[in-house]
Design a protein around this ligand. Structure first.
Ligand code: SF4
Ligand code: SF4
Length: 131
């Protein structure tokens, strides 16, 4: 299918996943963390974000680690390799308005893509940040 023919097709919830390059929602997962307040808390986050493919964000529900890691069940054709027995969180996921429509980071209050971004924030937030 070429680009022109894709442009002619109405994207709906029913066909959207078929156009989603890399199956975006299967390419990362997140983990809620306690709201960091102290220097120690941020030191801990700096250690975590130092690991490859790890990011940190804050949204209206709090603070999260984001791991950019593709699910091992995602097949080359974009289908789920364990579709019939996939985890509940995958079953209830609603694609009405999903990562295909807008990158999640667009609605984050704060987003730290890497160590340097979080480190800069720490130095700004804590006047006596020593390192
Ligand atoms: S639910 Fe959304 S992000 Fe996930 S594969 Fe379908 S279109 Fe892509
Ligand atoms: S189990 Fe299947 S639906 Fe769930 S994240 Fe992995 S590939 Fe995607």
């Amino acid at each position: 299918m070429n680009k022109d023919s894709i442009a002619d097709i109405e994207i709906t919830a029913e066909n959207k996943c078929g156009f989603c390059t890399g199956s975006k929602c299967c390419s990362y997962f997140t983990q809620h963390v306690d709201t960091p307040r102290s220097k120690y808390d941020f030191e801990h986050l700096l250690w975590q974000i130092s690991h490859a493919n790890t990011q940190v964000y804050q949204d209206t529900d709090g603070w999260y680690l984001m791991f950019r890691s593709v699910c091992t069940h995602l097949q080359d054709d974009g289908r789920c390799g364990i579709y019939a027995t996939r985890p509940e969180i995958c079953r209830v996921y609603d694609n009405d308005y999903c990562e295909y429509d807008e990158p999640p980071e667009k609605n984050f209050k704060r987003f730290f893509a890497d160590y340097d971004a979080l480190h800069a924030y720490c130095k700004k937030r804590f006047k006596k940040w020593s390192r």
